[in-house]
Design a protein around this ligand. Sequence first.
Ligand code: SF4
Length: 196
Amino acid sequence: MKKAELIRLKISLDKALEIDEKELAIQIKATGFECKKCARCCRAEFGDNTVVVFPSEIRSICEKAGLSRDDFVKPTPSEDRDSKGKIHTFEWVLKKNSDCIFLKNGLCEIYERRPHICSTYPFYLLDGKLEVSECMGIGGNISNQESLELAALLKKRYITEIKESIDLLEKFKGFTPSGSGSVCVHDSEGEHWIQP
Ligand code: SF4
């Protein structure tokens, strides 16, 4: 099972590395986009504003904001438990005050280091194909250069997501109550046992 999933992910990674950014940019340009700076994607009242963050993104935000991990992330909510009742989950999410904790006066406090999912919203790649989330900016005027830059970011995000899954799976040892703490977060760097 694990071996088959790793093979599937590695095939996806090979395909992701071959994605033609210029073709992707043409699709983005045809869709159209212009950020309205409404911050709806950061706020709770307009839908799910969950932001999953990977270890490299967490480190980058720590450096930028002078924070430690537990100041701004928490384990992804999960009901999965091992034989001793300890919770297991995959990856981390940004903390919220209903809105994202980095949203201040309608602006992102960590804009230069915001996670991939934020810098590429409302676009994402699913099985290598461009998908678009709900957003007021869709259909807006985007230049060829901005389309190319967004395409490059999208490709980078997609490759990062697949590599994260590969590394996570290679280190994953199952839901075993092996650490101290009541919650185990599994990510590309292994197990992190914490006591929330
Ligand atoms: S990190 Fe910044 S861009 Fe991303 S949801 Fe939070 S406030 Fe919005």
